[in-house]
Design a protein around this ligand. Structure first.
Ligand SMILES: Nc1nc2c(ncn2[C@@H]2O[C@H](COP(=O)(O)OP(=O)(O)OP(=O)(O)O)[C@@H](O)[C@H]2O)c(=O)[nH]1
Ligand SMILES: [Mg+2]
Length: 407
């Protein structure tokens, strides 16, 4: 089977924080947005992009992308996002749209927690006076909700599982992996959580209730790494909260999803020149914009882009894939001289793979047969041969030489 390293990003948070706005801004997919809780009930799935500097300039060639896009030297690589219903305290016990929501993030590999940094929505997403709600509380509550949800799933047959592991000397890791694979939890996550908590995997019956929850909490952190999007940064009360959020143990991105959505829609209509993640834009067709629209755009430029460097949506996506999930972008080619595939397309594809992926594993990503009949690969930058165990780096351009010709 062809190996795929595709990763799903879950956009989560309490109701009314701007999750669907963030999602729409990232994907340009239509999602219902409104100023009240539980606007989203059914999850939205869509395709966004991570942004990386394209390698074509390094080789001084003109590219012809197939699985991605290249805009002004920037490669946009598609990634999948899911926007789900808001989560309220007690969701793990079934409150709000609780369990349904939580079930929808089972397959997410990383989480973007969209927080209303202005503190203008209470813990259930109802509007309140800006500054009245503490976004740091929102972070704590969300951590607990996910941990408790995972703990409840695992708790069901934990006692039996622990006893069996000990009585039959079966590997706890293997048993847990079977039990938790539906949550997107892998053995490496379980091993890491055990190591980090220092708990004895050979004697799970000796774990106290507290040990068990601590284990699940760490398991959550390693299996669903999370970053914080401090959304609604345009509102006055957000700035002070941003500082406080940054003191937590997370990557925090100041963000104005609403501004990104406006910019992307204007760019889509060719009214402005703007790429997601840019720190500025150019108005292309002033005659087609009303005075109000120009004013709105200029406000975004002044209050968001100049101040924070970007709207934050693209930065969050990039951080999620390149930092939280530790992915690298690797370009496969066939023809080393022209950097093309067998149809002559120059630098057609780029794949996101986790750091640590070897040349041979990468061959499996391109095509199963290529993995199976792998002989060696060549790094297009220095034309040197690399063996099957060579770990690939970000922006590598790789040609695989195999024993069989591809059909
Ligand atoms: N000021 C400001 N408002 C925003 C921003 N992003 C979203 N909003 C507003 O916040 C409200 C909620 O937005 P949604 O995207 O529907 O929020 P949600 O988190 O998906 O809400 P639920 O689906 O109900 O959980 C809407 O009125 C948005 O216009 C932002 O960056 N700044
Ligand atoms: Mg929504």
């Amino acid at each position: 089977m062809q190996r795929s390293y595709s990763r799903l990003l879950g956009v989560i948070g309490k109701p009314n924080t701007g999750k669907s706005t963030f999602f729409s801004a990232a994907t340009l997919a239509l999602a219902e947005i409104a100023n009240y809780p539980f606007t989203t009930i059914k999850p939205n799935r869509g395709v966004g992009y991570v942004r990386t500097q394209c390698v074509h300039a390094d080789f001084n060639v003109t590219d012809n992308p197939k699985n991605s896009m290249c805009v002004d030297g920037t490669r946009l690589i598609p990634v999948e996002l899911i926007d789900v219903a808001g989560l309220v305290p007690g969701a793990w016990e079934g409150r709000g749209l609780g369990n349904q929501f939580l079930d929808e993030i089972r397959r997410a590999d990383a989480l973007v927690h969209v927080v209303d940094a202005s503190g203008g929505t209470d813990c259930e997403g109802r509007l309140c006076k800006p500054g009245e709600n503490d976004p740091l509380e929102d972070v704590r509550f969300l951590e607990r909700e996910i941990t408790m949800w995972m703990a409840t799933i695992l708790k069901k047959d934990w006692a039996k599982l622990a006893r069996t592991a000990e009585a039959e000397s079966r590997d706890l890791y293997v048993m847990l992996e079977e039990r938790l694979s539906g949550l997107g939890i892998k053995r490496s996550h379980i091993l890491e959580a055990t190591r980090k908590t220092g708990l004895n995997a050979e004697k799970p019956t000796s774990w106290s209730e507290e040990d068990f929850i601590r284990f699940v909490d760490v398991l959550r952190q390693v299996s669903k790494p999370m970053l914080i999007v401090a959304n609604k940064i345009d509102l006055q009360s957000s700035e002070a909260n941003l500082k406080r959020l940054k003191e937590l143990n997370y990557a925090v991105v100041p963000c104005c999803s609403e501004a990104e959505l406006a910019l992307r829609r204007a760019a889509e209509h060719k009214l402005i020149d703007y790429k997601p993640g840019d720190g500025n834009f150019k108005i292309l067709q002033p005659e087609k914009l009303s005075q109000n629209q120009v004013r709105a755009l200029e406000t975004i430029r002044e209050k968001i882009l100049s101040k924070y460097g970007s709207t934050g949506v693209q930065e969050a996506l990039n951080l999620a894939y390149f930092k939280l999930l530790n992915m690298v972008a690797v370009y496969p080619i066939e023809d080393l001289e022209h950097l093309s595939d067998h149809n002559g397309r120059v630098l057609p594809d780029v794949y996101l793979v986790p750091y640590g992926t070897t040349a041979r594993q990468f061959a499996y990503v391109i095509h199963t047969e290529l993995g199976e009949s792998f002989i060696y690969a060549v790094n297009a930058r220095d034309k040197k041969r690399i063996g099957e165990d060579t770990v690939l780096k970000d922006k590598d351009v790789i040609s695989v030489v195999s024993a069989r010709k591809r059909a």
